[in-house]
Design a protein around this ligand. Structure first.
Ligand SMILES: Nc1ncnc2c1ncn2[C@@H]1O[C@H](COP(=O)(O)OP(=O)(O)OP(=O)(O)O)[C@@H](O)[C@H]1O
Length: 584
């Protein structure tokens, strides 16, 4: 918890500072090294070893010791284990490359003009290069293996904030590198930290970090990424998600776990079986945090975070990330945070410009033939095949099956992913899509968030979602990491509530809004633009809302937002009924 000095710092009415930065390169300002772990408040470390210092054990019963690179010799009772090289044959390519060299293929200039806003107390300064950040040699090597040359805007700000031990709520565009933004500080924090000896002789494992994500596929992806970032650091990452045999996952856990990546349902199962304890969690990251806290899922997250044995806010470090953050959800989220910094990486002139958005008026009965026309046009333009994948979003699982079938019988190799398919089928669909064997994937919202599939050049909203934030995530499957992409939406009278938010969003992103859509929008069919008031940012810190500050009896954000007073009435209404989950 905060020390006296920290509390004094936080008193007073006007202490929250608020900064807007242009994301232009700035004078290099090296970050003070070793800014402390989650237990040290935000004034720096009270303890913590430096690189290469030993850690008492690695999440396995029976302890062991950090041998400095690789997992050999740690006392799991299972003998030596060789770490699989997650980079394949690429591992040692380009290691001579310095961070200063340009990385072809990624258009970083696209990110240079993005406005960045932070609010909160004592915001640590951003960095311009990875070299300025003290992540440790092993992590730096992995960053090079990943061919990351310089940090993306969200990484430039979020990594120093997290390394300083601060809680963070971060909102940054799709495809802008949020995964690395929360993984790097966690991995380096575990490498440098002094953690209590984990209990011996029990079959429960005690991870030090927990990363929660809403879908199985996203958890798998984060796991793959985290394994790359932590290669040869001695930090072990394990994943647990539903639909796959739990016993296999338990065996993996028993081999040792520092970072557990999980979907909530499967984690609850493991907690109930006492296979996992959250007692020693020092880092909690929620990816797609707004989704994790919406109406359907909030109780499960509260159960994990508040009702099991996880240390409370202030005693752990919490990081919440998403590309969207409705203010009602921010309110809920603030329960999980202590003295946090809000970071938003703006939208206007931002990398969402990389996605060309089109809206076409198409009656339901004409959608299939219209899609066919689009696909034919794509082929005529040479935009097809392995390097040019098309992701088609539909509303229902049945609709996904039917459209997949229809495309296949019409000569378009397609596959589908949705919550009624077995996990094996889901994974197989993603694999054949990524490989380009079936360059069209028909999907429900289960594939809307987080999935980073290279070469998705076109996202089609065959059925528009009912929520503009879902639209943002869906189209964000293209135009990732500085690349360009196309998003086409089919709009008709069934989507009236989306007219205004869609027109506003397109305008914000400098897209051409069709005349007819503007007319629909001006009639304002009761559609709610949850971005209202966010100005040139997609969203802003809800603590800055005048209504919030006037509410009096609400939460004092300097108190970590942990008082539940004032917010009990939120009904989660931002997300409509019928939201389905792929969790378990
Ligand atoms: N510094 C970097 N340099 C180059 N590429 C990067 C960098 N950081 C991340 N990437 C790449 O950018 C892509 C998108 O990253 P990531 O999946 O983390 O995005 P995201 O912000 O989580 O998106 P979403 O909101 O859709 O979940 C990935 O392929 C990742 O490897």
């Amino acid at each position: 918890m905060l020390g006296l000095a920290g509390l004094l710092l936080l008193q007073g009415d006007h202490l929250m500072s608020h900064h807007i930065f242009k994301n232009k390169p700035m004078a290099a300002e090296p970050l003070a090294p070793s800014q402390g772990g989650p237990l040290s408040g935000f004034n720096g470390p009270t303890s913590g070893s430096r690189w290469g210092a030993s850690r008492p054990d690695y999440g396995r019963q029976g302890g062991g010791g950090h041998t400095g690179g690789g997992w050999g010799g740690r006392g799991s009772g299972r003998g030596r284990e060789r770490e699989v090289n997650p980079f394949g044959n690429d591992a040692d390519v380009d290691l001579e490359q310095s961070f200063d060299q340009e990385n072809t293929g990624i258009n970083f200039d696209a990110y240079e003009d993005i406005p960045v806003e932070t609010s909160g107390e004592n915001v640590p300064p951003p960095v311009n290069t990875f070299a300025e950040i003290d992540l440790g040699e092993a992590v730096n090597l992995n960053i090079r293996r990943c061919k990351y040359v310089k940090p993306t805007p969200v990484q430039r700000y979020a990594i120093p904030i997290s390394l300083a031990g601060r809680d963070l709520m971060a909102c940054a565009q799709t495809g802008s590198g949020k995964t690395a933004a929360f993984c790097f500080p966690i991995i380096s924090g575990i490498m440098r930290g002094n953690f209590p000896q984990r209990p011996r002789g029990v079959r429960t494992v005690f991870p030090l970090a927990l990363i929660l994500s809403p879908t199985r596929e996203l958890s798998m992806q984060i796991h793959e990424e985290a394994k790359k970032f932590s290669y040869q650091t001695g930090v072990r990452v394990v994943v647990a998600y539903g639909g796959a045999p739990i016993n296999q996952q338990i065996r993996e856990l028993e081999r040792g776990v520092d970072i557990l990546v999980a979907t909530p349902g499967r984690l609850v199962d493991l907690l109930e079986r006492a296979k996992v304890s959250l007692q020693l969690i020092s880092y909690l990251a929620l990816d797609e945090a707004d989704r994790m806290l919406d109406m359907g899922f909030e109780p499960q997250i509260r159960r994990i975070v508040e009702q099991m044995d996880m240390p409370p806010p202030g005693e752990r470090q919490t990081m919440l990330f998403s590309a969207t953050f409705p203010r009602e959800i921010q309110r809920l989220a603030s329960d999980f945070l202590a003295h946090y910094i809000f970071l938003t990486v703006g939208r206007v002139g931002s990398s969402t410009d990389l996605i060309a958005q089109r809206v076409e008026f198409v009656h339901d009965g004409d959608k299939r033939s219209h899609l066919m026309d689009l696909l034919h046009a794509q082929m005529a333009n040479g935009v097809h095949g392995k390097q040019s994948l098309t992701l088609v979003f539909v509303e229902t699982k049945k609709g996904a099956d039917a459209l997949e079938h229809w495309l296949c019988i019409n000569g378009f190799p397609a596959t589908a992913i949705h919550g009624d398919r077995t996990q094996q089928e889901r994974e197989q669909a993603l694999r054949t899509f990524k490989r380009g064997d079936t360059p069209i994937l028909v999907a429900t919202d289960v594939a809307a968030r987080g999935l980073d599939i290279p070469h998705v050049s076109h996202v089609v909203n065959f059925d528009l979602p009912n929520d503009i934030d879902d639209y943002v995530h869906r189209i964000g499957r293209t135009g990732r990491a500085g690349k360009t992409g196309l998003a086409t939406a089919f709009f008709n009278d069934g989507n009236l509530s989306m007219a205004k938010p869609l027109a506003d969003l397109m305008q914000e992103a400098n897209q051409e809004v069709p005349e007819w859509l503007t007319r629909y929008a001006s009639r304002s069919y009761g559609g709610r633009n949850r971005r209202a008031g966010a100005g040139r940012f997609g969203v802003r810190d809800f603590r800055r809302d005048s209504s919030y500050n006037r509410s009096g009896g609400g939460v004092n954000y300097y108190d970590g937002g942990n008082s539940s007073g004032g917010y009990g009435n939120y009904s989660g209404g931002a997300y409509g009924p019928g939201v389905t989950s792929a969790w378990d």
